[in-house]
Design a binder for this molecule. Sequence first.
Ligand code: COA
Ligand code: AMP
Length: 631
Amino acid sequence: MKYADFYSDSTNNPEEFWKQQAENIHWHSKPKTILSKDDNDYPVWFHDGQLNVCYLALDKHIEDGFGDQTAIIYDSPVTQTVKKYSYNEVKSEVARLAGGMQSLGLKKGDTAVIYMPMIPQAVFAMLACARIGVTHSVVFGGFAPHELAIRIDDCKPRAIITASSGIEVDRLIAYKPLVDEAIELAEHKPKKVIVLNRKLGARIPFKKYDVDYDALVYGSEEAACVPVESTHPLYVLYTSGTTGKPKGIVRDTGGYATALKYSMKYIYGVHPDEVFWAASDVGWVVGHSYIVYGPLINRNATVVFEGKPIRTPDASTFWRVIAEHRVSVMFTAPTAIRAIKKEDPNGEFIKQYDLSCLRTQFLAGERCDVATLEWYREHIPVPAIDHWWQTESGWPMIANMMGVEYLPIKPGSAGKAVAGYDIRIFGENGQELGPNEEGYVVIKLPLPPGTLMTIWNDIERFKAGYLKKFDGYYFSGDGGFKDDEGYIYITGRVDDVINVAGHRLSTAEMEEIVASHPSIAECAVVGIEDELKGQIPLALAVIKSGDAIEHFQLQHEVVHLVREQIGAVASLKDVVIVNRLPKTRSGKILRKLLRQIVDGVEYQIPSTIDDEAIIDEMIEVFEKSKIGSFK
Ligand code: COA
Ligand code: AMP
């Protein structure tokens, strides 16, 4: 099949194209309407269809005779455990957990927060929610109670499902006390907290709202799948935006299931039966789409990996997992490859494993630098495919569609638009730019099925953030350009969102927290280049006049504040004290200029700058602090 033909089918007649793709999943009631509009005039797919995603992920395969096939491979170097679960076993546990949740009063229309480490029970919890129509919101375990509380207050869960603890390399993280703290902080109080006791570390005091996970599963009857409307929110997943408040991206059910099934075949080129491994976390969109729903709907065995690319125990782990479980297609973030490359530059560990099972390596989550791609290609003889997407899209938007036609790779580009996405590059005034001209990456509406429906409880923010900038187009928040062959190069975010080790974070949120320090009069947080993590945050602080706080103490306190409020994952480690910040004449901080100076890249002094002399001042401070390119 030719990519060009496939692509034009998708854009020439999207309704027919997606109607055909929707045939590849089972509907309790098939949609008669393929594309329509919601009350806000926003496109909606398959609105009168009914289905259940847990049914697609489990029961359907069992009914088709594949119950004994492996569904989940749990590989946990941090607990030295490998355990496989068949589709039958997963269904039995999920259905009883769902039954238990029903007995606690959870039903379609409710929400539940899941805050768990990378263990199979996190997947069971998601599927159990989907089974009974409960909308889940998974919160990444690296977020602190304050962040968890913000999400609790926004999505108002009836229950939280958690585990007693997780392990970060060699450090026990007690999850349950973090949940208790979050509940104290939040105004909304969930009725129940279902706790999986992992029996690691100290016993955790029992609270009145606690329910033991194991007792609930073993004491409950199996719940049947509850068919839901195609537009029923399967989940809300919070992601960082340009303000301090995270955005709850709302995912539908029918469009998402259709898109995931499509993407497994045409983008990832993975066949049912094969082992698929997305080395991410269920707390991120990658985890939702490609640890849980995508591979299970496609009847793959999915790897749930509780470890890191390095230090668990070393840089050989990824290769061991691939070889041991015969992984066919893998997904990871470039930062993970950079971490491995740093520890094992000559790929000595790679030589120790039989990686003949591996067919394709996908990379995403951040820009893939050419050096990382080249290192991978030098050491592992399979295509390494950069591809671009976001929490909002739920599945890839730019890629080399491996199940359609393998196109030549151009390092630095994430490939061409995936069939279903009409991607354009726009200038500031909404004019379409020509080849190799850099601008805003936008997508013509309607977006294909499975992409965001709205922002939870905030339709105005949804419209303002994504739809208002360019009428009739979705604004991605990324910049980039297209070459004359249609390859798209993503150059980075055009807003205050940064990407730290594949984790999306908001500098605006960090700024609010840094600014709350009593000694700080004013501050800016910018994402600067980092060899390992891609970007890391740097805080620049102006001290209140008369305040004599020492740099070391301020840095210590600010780092602590950010870890306490957002979590360790924010990775804010550097604070520089400055006398003033570069601003425009109207008082806007010139963050981009600051970032460019620290990164040592070419910059243009904005004509709106208040005082050019500040640039030399900044350079002097960065030289003294040995920050960024001034190291
Ligand atoms: N629970 C609790 N803490 C967590 C956590 C979790 N689930 N995940 C990360 N953290 C903590 C870490 O322990 C670390 O704490 P520290 O500052 O006290 O050491 C901090 O958050 C930063 O973690 P991380 O960004 O993971 O950095 P690292 O130095 O531990 O590891 C990498 C670096 C590159 C190996 C790691 O970031 C990695 O594997 N990245 C790939 C990310 C990825 O796959 N993203 C998927 C998106 S597609
Ligand atoms: P998230 O929503 O956490 O998946 O982060 C999405 C953001 O990560 C995008 O808007 C991009 O800025 C960045 N991103 C993801 N994949 C890529 C990629 N392949 N190349 C460049 N940037 C990427």
